[in-house]
Design a protein around this ligand. Structure first.
Ligand SMILES: Cc1cc2nc3c(=O)[nH]c(=O)nc-3n(C[C@H](O)[C@H](O)[C@H](O)COP(=O)(O)O)c2cc1C
Length: 487
């Protein structure tokens, strides 16, 4: 009896999903029901709970069955609310195993609102690995990730990793079951939910690339989507920003490069004659970042119109016929005040307005063709979050008057360019940022580039999937305080 039960379990694979506190966190439940979570160096107050719920919360150290949180009792409901608070801070993980403490796979959420889901799967379903999925060593663990996934999968058993790699060729679940290391339906379903695996129509023919996701996804190269998702905020749980992660490993690189050994040809006397004469040189020298704005004299709508006209407006349009032998395409182009790789002009400006005289608070899209701002219906918490995150990124005492999010229509570039599409987009964003800086300086306004933008927040706010159109840069704009000399 025992042997056959074990064999059945092996064939079925691990099937129980637990929810567990991350290794770095420790819960404290005080006798009055006040619950805290302690992390390295700081604590978070999670609020008050009934005695029963506070006690059960401590079970999260070892892990509780995920299904327990779906029960209807008062204590279960409280426990669910507590786990949601922990999940939003990235402090939970979801082990999958045959029993508690024996993990076959551990799911680490990468996005704040990730919730494990197990869509129904049948033996006849055909599954394939996403072309965006990748398996890598992290420390002494093997992790399976994808820029499309809300979570990554830490795989404890090499046989499971091996079985999953066999899905580089689409396979029926019924066949996969007979393979050593079958991960089990639960793990497969969790991977499908994270878009690391996807269902393939058994009758598909041709390229898997064309059947995964939508028409916009087809145009993304693997490295570009990974770079986009991992190099800004919103879709991963890695340390982000100026946290000096490697300060103890290596000294800070110098501000100015060490000199090459050749004999230097001094330019000082040659450049002195021109310096200070050219208005462009003066504008470039005057430009600086402004992070504090004059709340009593906000930027006006007329100034905003002049600013956008000078920096981003479509100046003219033209078309080109592209003959590729099998296909002929007509491609439309525009001319604008700043340069753009391949004249793609894929960058769109979205204005989160806190204070602008003559323009109501809200989110607007700048229609560069019409030279008009178009309001977009967004929730106040989303608008607040954009303004607050910009304030935090600048370490500013108050919100900026306007936050301009530079969003890219990725397909506009990747339709033509392979391998370098995303790099071109980031270069375009840099060029546009300097254009915004110079125009603000010229108009006596103030501005500051912002290095990281929450791409998930934008996706939620605009209702556009992150791979279709999304932020690649941000610029805070307003009337600087007379004393705002940058910093
Ligand atoms: C791509 C880029 C990202 C930046 N990100 C931030 C940011 O997130 N927060 C901030 O306060 N300043 C940011 N800045 C502004 C720089 O800190 C600033 O340009 C630099 O300190 C030089 O100062 P200056 O602009 O006054 O000459 C950014 C600038 C660039 C070009």
């Amino acid at each position: 009896m025992r042997a056959s039960a074990t064999k059945r379990a092996r064939v079925a694979g691990p099937r129980t999903v637990f929810v567990r506190l991350g290794a770095q966190a420790k819960l404290e439940a005080r006798p009055d029901g006040h619950v805290f979570v302690h992390l390295e160096g700081y604590s978070v107050d999670l609020g008050w709970f009934s005695g029963g719920a506070a006690k059960r919360a401590l079970e999260l150290h070892a892990g509780v069955r995920l299904t327990a949180l779906a029960c209807r009792g008062k204590v279960d409901r409280e426990l669910k609310s507590l786990t949601q608070r922990l999940a939003r801070r990235g402090l939970l993980e979801y082990p999958v195993g045959e029993k508690r403490g024996v993990d076959a796979v551990v799911i680490e959420p990468q996005m704040a609102d990730y919730q494990p889901q197990t869509p129904a799967l049948r033996n006849t379903d055909v599954l394939a690995l996403s072309r965006f999925a990748y398996l890598r060593r992290r420390g002494d663990a093997m992790v399976l990730e994808s820029p499309r996934a809300g979570a990554l999968f830490r795989i404890s058993h090499p046989e499971i990793a091996a079985a999953l790699t066999s899905l580089s060729t689409p396979q029926q679940i019924g066949r996969l079951r007979h393979q050593k290391g079958f991960p089990g339906l639960a793990v497969l379903a969790l991977l499908v939910d994270c878009q690391i695996l996807f269902k393939v129509d058994p009758k598909y023919d041709g390229s898997l690339r064309s059947v995964e996701g939508d028409a916009d996804l087809v145009l993304w190269d693997f490295h570009d989507l990974l770079f986009h998702a991992r190099s800004t905020a919103g879709r991963h749980a890695n340390p982000l920003g100026g946290v000096y992660s490697y300060a103890s490993a290596t000294p800070a690189p110098p501000a100015v490069r060490r000199r090459w050994p050749g004999k230097a040809i001094d330019l000082t006397s040659l450049s002195h004659a021109a310096a200070g004469v050219s208005p462009t040189a003066r504008l470039l020298r005057t430009r600086h970042s402004v992070r504090t704005f004059d709340a009593k004299r906000p930027i006006t709508l007329a100034e905003l119109a002049q600013f956008l006209d000078g920096t981003a407006r479509v100046v003219s349009t033209w078309q080109e016929h592209v003959d590729l032998g099998v296909t002929r395409s007509i491609v439309s182009y525009t001319t604008r005040p700043y340069p753009s790789g391949g004249a793609s002009y894929e960058l769109e400006l979205y204005l989160a307005v806190d204070k602008c005289e003559g323009l109501a608070r809200g989110l607007y899209h700048y229609d560069a063709g019409q030279h008009a701002v178009v309001p977009i219906d967004v929730t106040m918490p989303h608008l607040e979050a954009v303004l607050a995150e910009a304030q935090e990124a600048m370490g500013a005492p108050a919100k900026p008057q306007i936050v301009i999010t530079i969003a890219a229509r990725f397909s506009r570039v990747s339709w033509k360019y392979s391998s370098l599409a995303y790099a071109l987009i980031l270069k375009d964003a840099g060029v546009l940022l300097q254009t915004l800086y110079l125009m603000a300086t010229d108009m006596g306004l103030g501005g500051c580039a912002i290095g990281s933008t929450d791409i998930d927040l934008f996706a939620k706010m605009a209702g556009i999937e992150f791979h279709v159109e999304g932020p690649v840069g941000q610029f805070a704009l307003g009337r600087g305080l007379p004393s705002a000399a940058g910093a």
